[in-house]
Every structure is written in C-alpha cells, then in structure tokens.
Design a binder for this molecule. Structure first.
Ligand SMILES: [Zn+2]
Length: 259
C-alpha cells in the first residue's frame, strides 16, 4: 500500500472516460467502465499492463460496450452491480452497498448510488483517496435521472459529499465546461465557482481532462451538492422546501438549460 496506484485517463467515444488503475509494483491493473475495447487493448500493450479486473458502475452501453471483448481476450475478473445477469452476463462478482474488497493491497469500498440508474454503484479506494463514481456526480454537475427518482439521486450525492474532502473524483464523462455554464447562470457571484470555471477553460483549451475533480472544490462550486444551502430557498422562492425538492428544481432547470 506504500506505493500508490497510478490512474490513467483514457478519453473515448464522444466524451467518456475509461480509467485504468495500475499497481506500479506489479503492473497489474483494473479497467473501469470500458465503453469500448480497442483503445484499452492498445493502451495496455503500450504500457505493458496486465489486466486483472474490470469494474463496472452501471449498465449503460457507453460504460460496458468493450467488456465482452476484453474479458474474452484477457480472462480478467469482472465486478459489477447485482441483479444485472441479463444485461451484463460477464459479471463474476456482484457488488453491493458497503462491500469491503481489495485490489492487490489496496482496499476499497462499494457504494450503491441509485438515481442515474437503479443499479449504479461506485468504487472508493479509500486509502488512495480515489472515487470512481460513473455517472452519478460530475464535476459541477450530476447525472441525468433515468431510472431512479430525485430523492434517491440527492441521497446518493449526499453519500459522496460525506467522504473526506481530499477525495479525488473520477467521473464517467468530460462535461465540466458545459456544467460550468449552467452553474454560473444560477450562481453567478460564487467566487470559488468563477475561479474554478477559469481553470476548467484553461485545461480544455490545452485539450487536458478536467478530471479528477477534488471533492472539496465540488463542495464549494457544484450546485447539485449544495441543494441544502439556505441560499436556494430564497433564490428559488421555495421557503422551507426539503433539500430533495430544491435539488429537483435545480436538476429540472439544468435539463432545460441552453448555453
Ligand atoms: Zn450512464
């Protein structure tokens, strides 16, 4: 555990990220949410990495599209959400909330985070301080609610918010710049947000990923992690409204938002 894991970021499809987490001591690695196979195969061979496990956060095709081919080629072990035998038959180990597991000497905990989908899970390498949260939390945003309800999604975001603030958040998509436009439209005087948004623009200009995001930064800037601030009750004219209602209002606004 003294040697930290290295995380490689592989941009694929339109705006997805596949994460490759490598144990530098053994060159064994985990691939998270392989939406496609080919770029992963090339990457592993170029970096001499041995694929040991694949971790899946949810059943959407842009997160599992390359799974069958990778499993077939490398015979790796696949971890993923429970009750998905039909959609993701490649899963060897079904994971559920609070499972304590480890990759080599690196312990991690599983959280169920329903909302975007009902089966959504995340993987928290708590000693390395990495969270792989798929499409639940994005930097300055959160996932679209396809299957769950708003209250579930809000609770899932609160679970993430409760982690140590130096946690690095690895999200499933590069949406940060678009999300910043919406966040600034509803919270234009937030100095932390203004500053972070400039940093995001600079990174994107250079073609760099904006991820991982630091949880502490998100806590000061991401409107969806801040739905329980008294500020919104006034701003949205929803006095005494429960946080999940405020969250719903913000999420609906985002769905209608055009930059
Ligand atoms: Zn998704």
């Amino acid at each position: 555990m003294d040697i930290p894991l290295k995380v490689y970021i592989l941009p694929v499809l339109e705006d997805n990220y596949i994460y490759i987490v490598s144990d530098t001591a053994t060159s064994e690695c985990v691939v998270i949410d392989p939406g496609v196979a080919e770029p992963v195969i090339l990457f592993l061979s170029r970096h001499n990495l041995k694929l040991k496990e694949i971790w899946i956060t949810h059943h959407h095709s842009d997160h599992i599209g390359g799974l069958a081919e990778l499993k077939e080629k490398y015979g790796c072990r696949v971890l993923g959400p429970a009750k998905q035998e039909e959609v993701i038959p490649q899963i060897d180990q079904q994971v559920t909330d609070m499972d304590l597991l480890s990759f080599n000497d690196h312990p991690f905990k599983v959280f169920e985070l329903p909302g975007h989908t009902l089966d959504h899970v995340s993987y928290w390498l708590y000693k390395d301080k990495y969270l792989f949260c798929g499409d639940t939390l994005f930097s300055l945003g959160c996932g679209f609610i396809f299957e769950g309800d708003y209250k579930q999604m809000w609770n899932s975001l609160c679970k993430i918010r409760a982690l140590p603030e130096d946690t690095l958040i690895y999200c499933g998509h590069e949406y940060t710049q678009k999300n910043a436009k919406f966040a600034l439209s509803i919270d234009p005087e937030n100095e932390n947000l203004i500053q972070y948004s400039k940093e995001v623009d600079e990174k994107r200009e250079k073609g760099e990923p904006t991820l991982p995001a630091l949880l502490k930064t998100e806590m000061f800037t991401n409107p969806f992690l801040r739905a329980d601030l008294p500020f919104w009750e006034k701003e949205l004219k929803m006095p005494e409204a429960p946080a999940a209602e405020i969250f719903k209002n913000l999420r609906d606004k985002k769905n209608k938002f055009k930059a």
